[in-house]
Design a protein around this ligand. Structure first.
Ligand code: ZN
Length: 293
């Protein structure tokens, strides 16, 4: 799926779209009773009618401006290992790289990689395993990292998480990392917004050109049922209270604006315009007539 923000071209490229756990396993507040009022639009779009599990893609956004070719998040990747997500271990396909090629982009063309945060499904293709060594997948890219997120990923690594060792440290070692502030502006068109909560250094990425605006929300929101209930934090939020506050503040800031919100884990089309609805929010999805809320 390709769309434009002014002269900037954005491709949404999906690596996978799996059916996950029952909602309350990851979102303790999302009980069957609490979800019942929303099931008419959640199924089959974002909840599997057969298993009842959440439907959540893993994807990247390829952003091409006049000056830069940028990847926003890099999915799960290849050959990775993670004790908590065995289903994502040792993925062996090159789907993301093939889909980039289909969009006319080689790994050499990417000049910036921007991870919303350093979880395994957002930083995986940062590196690839070549002859037993992790090396940056995008040899000409600067990988932008916020110090807060690097510190967190390193701490998690010390507790056994593999992301720092496999997908972050090799980039720093290769001299391709650039430490930036959480409100860093790459240029007039691309800048970061601090959105801590899911992780300490989580950022959203704003994109603007020709009077049009978009923002890539990363994992500050995971699932469409958090639109009516932004207070429902997943168990994988580093600070669930802060996560809920950040989610509500962010949704308030984009509601009733022309800002296109690009999510990471909502099913396709994944993007839309947010509006207020009661004590929560709804979304008018991009490029179709689907409206939730
Ligand atoms: Zn994620």
């Amino acid at each position: 799926m390709t769309f434009k923000i002014g002269d900037i071209t954005i491709d949404r490229i999906e690596e996978s779209c799996d059916i996950g756990s029952l909602p309350h396993v990851d979102f303790p507040d999302a009980t069957p009773e609490a979800l019942a009022p929303y099931m008419d639009w959640l199924k089959p779009f974002a909840i599997d009618p057969v298993s009842g599990g959440t439907i959540m893609p893993v994807q990247t956004y390829l952003v091409r401006t006049r000056h830069h070719t940028i990847l926003l998040d890099t999915c799960v990747g290849h050959d990775k290992n993670h004790k908590d997500f065995p289903d994502w271990n040792q993925r062996s396909d090159y789907r993301l790289i093939e889909d980039l090629a289909a969009a006319g982009v080689t790994p050499e063309d990417i000049d910036f990689v921007l991870c919303s945060h350093l979880h395994l499904d957002h930083a995986g293709w940062n590196t690839q395993l070549i002859d037993g060594r992790w090396v940056p997948t995008f040899p000409n890219a600067r990988y932008l990292f916020c110090q807060e997120e690097l510190d967190f990923a390193e701490e998690e690594g010390a507790k056994g998480d593999t992301v720092y060792a496999e997908s972050v440290h090799p980039v720093l070692e290769a001299g391709q990392g650039q430490i930036v502030a959480m409100d860093f502006a790459l240029d007039d068109s691309i800048w970061l917004e601090p959105t801590a909560g899911h992780t300490p250094g989580h950022v959203a990425t704003h994109i603007t050109d020709g009077g049009q605006r978009a923002v890539m929300a990363g994992d500050l929101i995971h699932h469409p049922f958090q639109l009516p209930h932004p207070e429902w934090s997943p168990i994988y939020d580093w600070n669930p209270v802060m996560g809920a506050k950040t989610r509500r503040r962010f949704l308030e800031s984009v509601a009733e604006t022309d800002i296109l919100v690009m999510t990471q884990h909502f099913p396709a089309p994944s993007s839309g315009h947010v509006f207020s609805r009661g004590s929560g929010f709804g979304m008018r999805y991009h490029g179709c007539d689907m409206v939730h809320g």
